[in-house]
Design a protein around this ligand. Structure first.
Ligand SMILES: [Fe+2]
Ligand SMILES: [Fe+2]
Length: 468
């Protein structure tokens, strides 16, 4: 922030309260409001990652004047941005969101979340950079359990990504994961798990934009048909997707030369159809238009799509979902989407590149492929523990694809899995990706390294090359 006056003038939409801001903890307290510091701080890029960021956090109850203090990295926090507060289904907890706009690209900022009587520790973030490699990490199916939380956060910190793409099944506050059997849903719903999860991820998510995608466990037994209130209480994704009263259930954004597209698999899933078809075909129309726009953009080389249910996965548990496969992979083929990242199955898997359902070339670990020629690579990383014994793959196909039947239960059909290239069924795998800007000859590379977070070893590696 070179010039406070110029930046103050471009903090459009922010409410500048002025006068009371201070860089240290605030010492006054008003009776009747929580003095507990803000917790669960997490960032989300806005529609323009070079100039917009949302900072979100949680307090145990209502607080007076929730707001964000913002300033240059290491400098005084001279800007004050009022936060919008939202209730949390099933809890007294309140969620706060400060929307920042008019930020300078390629710039580091410091911030604190405060309310009258308490302040968070000081964190920092950087706005998106252009002309430099874009780094992101990805996985799904996180939850709060056991020893995986620390190692996967450590793995993200080691890689120092620009953003983390979380492909759904975030906290597992809803253990039933969108099943319709109401007694089961009610007994397995523990909304306080969201607060544990936010506290867990804060040390990374308060510094690295934590870009969320809806999974089946985000369909909760809350008031609406969709059940997304807990998700939208805590997240403000970019409003760049299909317009819907529930919020931004889909989104897209550009970071450097990478276009990201996030889809709502619950609208398409054949296996868990609670929200099946709620977007009425708008998601496919939006996806078609968005992919066309990204492919026509001279500054975009790479397109990455993230959604929860798997187009291709050989797991014996959920396997593949014909809903997402049949509705979306023809569009991925048409626009040569480079990489698709899914979760849902609690394992790691990568396919050979696929087009029209067929493997176009073998791509074992350390292969180099050309997606404009070879088609789309599909990856799965679901961190959560698998509770079923692993199948014996030596005896042939063990997986299947589930088709929509119009009932609560899809029809699962066994299938061979010639597209399966690399599998790791046990490790908590963090997918680490770096996309380079084009060199003098117009060649750009995307390096994928999938890392076992528990041992910090590379379980899979793939290089993708594109020529402008
Ligand atoms: Fe899951
Ligand atoms: Fe799932």
């Amino acid at each position: 922030m070179d010039n406070v006056l110029s930046r103050r003038s471009v903090l459009r939409g922010a409410v500048v309260l002025g006068g009371t801001a201070a860089a240290g903890p605030l010492l006054w307290q008003q009776p009747g409001y929580a003095a507990t510091p803000p917790h669960g701080l997490h960032l989300t890029y806005g529609a323009d990652p070079g100039s917009e960021m949302v900072v979100s956090w949680s307090t145990p109850e209502s607080v007076s004047r929730p707001r964000l203090l913002l300033g240059d990295a290491g400098g005084s926090l001279s800007e004050v941005v009022a936060a919008e507060s939202r209730p949390s289904p099933g809890l007294k907890t309140v969620q706060h969101h400060a929307r920042l706009s008019g930020l300078d690209p390629n710039t580091s900022y410091s911030y604190q979340a405060v309310h009258d009587g308490a302040a968070s520790e000081r964190f920092g973030f950087s706005t998106a950079r252009t002309g430099r490699p874009v780094r992101f990490t990805a996985f799904g199916d996180q939850g709060t359990s056991g020893g995986k939380v620390g190692p996967v956060l450590d793995a993200i910190e080691r890689f120092q990504p620009d953003l983390h793409l979380h492909v759904g099944d975030l906290s597992y506050a809803s253990g039933a994961g969108g099943l319709r059997v109401s007694e089961q849903i009610d007994s397995l719903y523990h909304p306080s798990v969201w607060e544990t999860w936010l506290t867990d991820i804060e040390r990374v998510a308060a510094r690295v934009p934590w870009m969320p995608v809806l999974g089946n466990h985000e369909m909760e037994p809350t008031a609406s048909d969709l059940g997304y209130e807990s998700y939208f209480a805590r997240f403000t994704p970019p409003a760049t997707g299909v317009a819907h009263e529930a919020g931004a259930t889909t989104w897209s954004m550009r970071v450097g030369n990478v276009g990201f597209v996030a889809l709502d698999g619950n609208d398409a899933s054949a296996e868990i159809p609670r929200n099946h078809g709620y977007l009425g075909g708008d998601q496919e129309r939006w996806l078609d238009a968005t992919l066309a726009e990204l492919r026509a953009d001279e500054y975009i080389d790479w397109i990455v799509a993230g959604f929860h249910h798997c187009a291709y996965c050989s797991s014996v548990r959920h396997g593949s979902d014909a809903g997402v496969r049949d509705r979306w992979t023809p569009l991925f083929d048409r626009y040569a989407v480079d990489v698709v990242i899914n979760g849902h199955n609690h394992m790691y898997e990568r396919t050979h590149p696929v087009r029209a359902g067929q493997v176009t070339t073998e791509a074992p670990k350390n292969a180099v492929i050309y997606p404009a020629e070879h088609g789309t690579t599909y990856l799965v990383s679901g961190l959560a523990e698998e509770d079923e014994s692993l199948p014996d793959r030596s005896t042939g196909p063990v997986s299947g694809v589930t088709y929509y039947t119009g009932t609560d239960f899809g029809l699962r059909v066994p299938e061979a899995t010639p597209w399966s290239a690399v599998v790791d069924e046990l490790a908590p795998v963090v997918i680490c990706v770096e996309a380079s800007p084009p060199n003098w000859a117009g060649t750009t590379r995307m390096e994928i390294r999938s890392v076992d977070a528990a041992t910090n070893t590379v379980v899979d590696a793939l290089t993708l090359v594109r020529n402008r």
